[in-house]
Design a protein around this ligand. Structure first.
Ligand SMILES: [Zn+2]
Length: 484
């Protein structure tokens, strides 16, 4: 190990040194390309301004009209808006490029999921997507999954699948730990990874794809009672997560399907294009997927007085109490207080990461403008300087300064403020683009900003409200912006 490190380290240092010389040259030499950066007195490295003209979001929003042709078949609003805004780009059926703004948003969602899952004791791991058929044959799901399981052979002719879920893999992993004690339970393991499903008809953009991101968590408990408690705590964490996102999800009783087990709930986001049919009681909290009831049932089975009404929903989360189904097959055991081996009680819990993102855009957006859950917007603030050559041209420098001071004085906004430097365009045209992309806050630095008591026009796109704020008022508002 050591000789290799000796060879590598001097080279790494050389590279770091060269990079810092280059970045210094960039800041002084390419003033036309980059925004001018005010001299910093602190030793912290200067962050380059985020310029709209340089963001890789290859869509010319101005040319997008109703008859504008988009690549691939467009089947719903979120897919159309996301393609038009250059957030995703279709590759082959059911697969998309997630472009940088989308990745920023997914990373934010990932951080919220981490907070909620770790808040109830979840530990993050990462399991292989390429899974041996042997594992799936042991649980018999190699046969049960049918054509939805994406199968392949390696060069030796051995069968594999690209995993859509990991009950077999995680249970095998836990069974290999022969020293697992009841003191270590409940054990909650989760991952956020790409999953695969050979959909016969991929559609609705990121809502029904063949390759997507999911958070899947698996719990191991000492008893059925303890497993139910864990199940409850995960459902509560899911409810907190959707509340933080401002999404009104309903938790409905569901069928256990091919995952198996005794108890199951879906988290459904009511939406017109939803593919699931739900029955919701008007009088009590009862709601269920129609698959679990007879479809002509109109009386609520819980309160007996309420009437059930049908609604459509997008499934964004699913929870299952599994019992010993997998732990028995793969021998996932722990030693109890008497030091005797016992089979663990399991649960599994999914959240569709890419699906939550698309479903949120589907239900929050208008026909032509994206609206995000505030916490998930790729960038929180867009600052608009005046058009080049206008009589308040000097406001341009103020806008640039504003972007920097916001990031410097409000650490939460660091990396969250973009400058729409396309000053060849009018403010009006850029405002329209900003509305379509859905930045939660748009700050116009125009005429008002150069007056003796500067005023900034601020548009809160979530509420549609426009305000004219003093510098103090602006700082007060920006200080309250929540980021993750
Ligand atoms: Zn009821």
């Amino acid at each position: 190990m050591e000789p290799i490190m000796n060879q590598i380290w001097p080279r790494v240092f050389q590279r770091i040194h060269r990079a810092s010389v280059l970045s210094r040259r960039n800041h002084s030499g390419c003033a036309a390309e980059h925004a001018t950066v005010p001299a910093s007195t602190s030793s912290r490295p200067i962050r380059p301004t985020l310029l709209v003209s340089r963001l890789y979001q290859p869509a010319n929003l101005r040319d997008v009209g109703p008859d504008n042709r988009l690549q691939g078949e467009v089947t719903c609003k979120s897919q159309r808006l996301m393609q038009q805004a250059g957030l995703i780009h279709p590759s082959n059926p059911g697969c998309y490029y997630y472009l940088p703004a989308t990745v920023r948003s997914m990373e934010k969602l990932g951080r919220i999921i981490d907070q909620e899952m770790q808040g109830i004791g979840g530990q993050k791991l990462d399991m292989p997507s390429l899974c041996s058929a042997d594992l799936w044959k042991t649980s018999d799901r190699w046969n049960l999954m049918g054509k939805e399981l994406l199968r392949l052979k390696d060069r030796h002719g051995a069968d594999y699948c690209l995993a859509p879920t990991h009950e077999e893999a995680v249970t095998t992993l836990v069974s290999h730990q022969t020293t697992l004690s009841y003191r270590q339970l409940p054990l909650l393991l989760y991952q956020i990874t790409r999953k695969f499903r050979d959909e016969p008809k991929p559609k609705f953009g990121l809502l029904r794809g063949r390759e997507f991101y999911m958070k899947d968590m698996y719990s191991f408990d000492v008893s059925e009672e303890a497993a139910y408690e864990t199940y409850e705590s995960v459902c509560e964490a899911y409810t907190r997560l959707f509340t933080r996102l401002g999404l009104r999800c309903v938790q409905v009783q569901a069928d256990t399907g091919n995952i198996g087990g005794k108890l199951s709930h879906e988290f459904q986001l009511p939406a017109e294009i939803g593919e699931d049919r739900l029955l919701i009681c008007g009088s009590c909290s009862f709601s269920a997927n129609i698959e679990t009831l007879s479809s002509d049932q109109t009386e609520c089975p819980q309160c007996k007085s309420g009437t059930l009404t049908e609604s459509k929903g997008i499934e964004v989360g699913h929870t299952f109490y599994l019992g010993k189904k997998y732990s028995h097959i793969f021998n996932a055991a722990f030693s109890n207080a008497q030091n005797k081996p016992c089979i663990a009680e399991m649960g599994c819990y999914g959240l569709g990461v890419t699906r939550i993102l698309a479903a949120a855009i589907e239900v929050l957006s208008t026909e032509d403008s994206i609206r995000w859950p505030g916490l998930l917007a790729p960038y929180q603030v867009c600052v608009l300087p005046p058009k080049k050559g206008s009589k308040v041209d000097e406001a341009g420098a103020l806008a640039e300064e504003l972007v920097h001071t916001l990031g410097e004085t409000l650490p939460r906004l660091r990396g969250e403020v973009v400058l729409d430097n396309r000053t060849q365009m009018t403010i009006g045209k850029r405002l329209k683009d900003a509305s379509r992309l859905g930045y939660p806050y748009v700050i116009v630095v125009g005429q008002g900003a150069v007056e003796e008591t500067p005023k900034y026009e601020v548009i809160c796109q979530q509420t549609g409200e426009t305000m004219f704020l003093s510098k103090d008022g602006l700082w007060d508002l920006m200080g309250r912006v929540e980021t993750v």
